[in-house]
Design a binder for this molecule. Structure first.
Ligand code: SF4
Length: 436
């Protein structure tokens, strides 16, 4: 549909925010006749979709919208959406009166109702956002992202999500399958299923239907013809039951790379974080899944220097890192977030110097692991989904266990699976030659 109204949207933060932005665009295209533009100065509506999990969100938000306000065309509206919007609500309009509306991370479906009402603030975390307009969210032509739930029932003490996105609601399976099918019809061969805690999928639907499970959802999604690879994030180690691990092992469409966010290897810190599992449970789950999936790669998130973390707690984390042999670690030094329970643990804060030293040591330990493991791939042949062509004439793609591979090639290979024999490695990627 052609439209005179132009929408510019800027997204800060995580993958969830990226898909939320695409849902915002879909809502406004379908119901309000907007079309997207990449040029802010041409837009009739400017939206910034914020994140409060990382970075310095509040300062960044106000400096960005201040710039938008200076440069926007006359009469253009400004809306603030996402996690920081949930968190600050009407204070955003008090501090920046040129903002027209505020829509929280749990209120995406209301965007079409508030866009024309100056001063609207929609930030309820009880909103049923599980039925909003689905969009085809794509990382690239061959890889689509599909949300499977909104909100989170966990209360991890360092995390702002429960207070910005509310309780977990699962999106009905038929909507998810339909969206995956649409993405495949448009050229995607890989889908990323997204939720704050994908393993608890199916516990609650807004239409009151019977409970389901993530394992059943995986089985349904894998029936979509033309879909070759399924990935998902974020799983929760507590909910990785045997049924899920067995499905993961036998379902050939599921990528052989799993994210298992450890956060800490110390059982007492895990308790303070309210993660719900112990060091032993985590190691039991990684051992079980590795025993069933020999070529598995495991990625993780780790927070060091959580309030109260002693040297012994930190050593427990190093133990788990050595034993679980993670293939990629997203390391963070703890920093307090507004709206979280851990904010009240200030008196237990770990000195910054100690936190930084632990982070550096952890990074070094992982580097040594990568230096040992990456050369072992040289000489092996992998099936690689080619996703992009680089200016130097190399194509880039990913193996089934999500190793990044480069090889000489051409644009004819884009979107295809090719066999690549590995000839060289760095710490984070592989190089090879395409073979028959
Ligand atoms: S599982 Fe924990 S860390 Fe993940 S979104 Fe929920 S509360 Fe946050």
């Amino acid at each position: 549909m052609s439209s005179n109204k132009k929408l510019f949207i800027q997204t800060l933060g995580c993958q969830m925010n990226d898909t939320d932005s695409q849902h915002i665009v879909a809502e406004l295209e379908k119901h309000k006749d907007y079309s997207q533009t990449d040029v802010m100065e041409d837009a009739d509506l400017i939206i910034i979709n914020t994140c409060s999990v990382r970075e310095k969100p509040v300062q960044k938000l106000f400096s960005e919208i201040g710039q938008f306000n200076k440069k926007k065309k006359d009469g253009a509206k400004i809306g603030v959406c996402g996690c920081t919007a949930s968190h600050l609500g009407k204070d955003i309009i008090k501090r920046a009166p040129y903002v027209d509306f505020v829509v929280g991370a749990r209120n995406i479906s209301k965007i079409k109702d508030v866009v024309d009402i100056k001063g609207s603030v929609e930030i309820s975390i009880d909103n049923d956002d599980s039925m909003y307009e689905f969009a085809t969210a794509k990382t690239n032509k061959y890889r689509a992202s599909v949300n499977i739930s909104v909100g989170c029932d966990k209360k991890c003490t360092y995390c702002i999500v429960p207070s910005t996105r509310g309780e977990e609601l699962s999106i009905p399976v038929e909507m998810i399958v339909d969206q995956v099918q649409k993405s495949v019809n448009q050229g995607a061969v890989e889908v990323m299923l997204l939720g704050q805690n994908v393993n608890s999928y199916g516990r609650r639907f807004s239409d009151g239907r019977e409970k389901s499970t993530f394992t059943k959802l995986l089985q349904e999604v894998s029936k979509v013809e033309g879909l070759e690879r399924i990935r998902f994030t974020s799983p929760h180690p507590l909910h990785m039951d045997d049924e899920f691990i067995e499905e993961f092992a036998k379902n050939k469409k599921i990528s052989r790379c799993i994210h298992m966010p450890l956060q800490s290897g110390s059982t007492s810190i895990l308790k303070a974080m309210k993660r719900g599992y112990t060091k032993e449970w985590f190691l039991n789950r990684t051992a079980k899944i590795r025993s069933l999936v020999p070529d598995l790669r495991i990625t993780t998130d780790i927070i060091v220097a959580f309030p109260g973390e002693t040297e012994a707690d930190y050593q427990d984390t190093l133990d788990v890192v050595r034993e679980a042999k993670f293939d990629q670690i997203f390391n963070f030094k703890y920093s307090p977030r507004p709206g979280t329970e851990a904010l009240k643990m200030e008196d237990l804060a770990v000195p910054d110097k100690i936190g930084s030293a632990r982070l550096i040591e952890l990074i070094e330990l992982h580097k040594r692991h990568l230096e040992a493991i990456m050369p072992t791939y040289v000489g092996q042949t992998f099936s690689v989904l080619v996703e992009s062509l680089k200016p130097n004439g190399e194509v880039c793609g990913f193996t089934d266990n999500y190793l990044q591979v480069f090889a000489k090639g051409s644009d004819e290979l884009l979107g295809k699976f090719v066999n690549v024999k590995i000839t060289d490695n760095s710490r984070t990627s592989l190089k090879g030659e395409i073979v028959q």
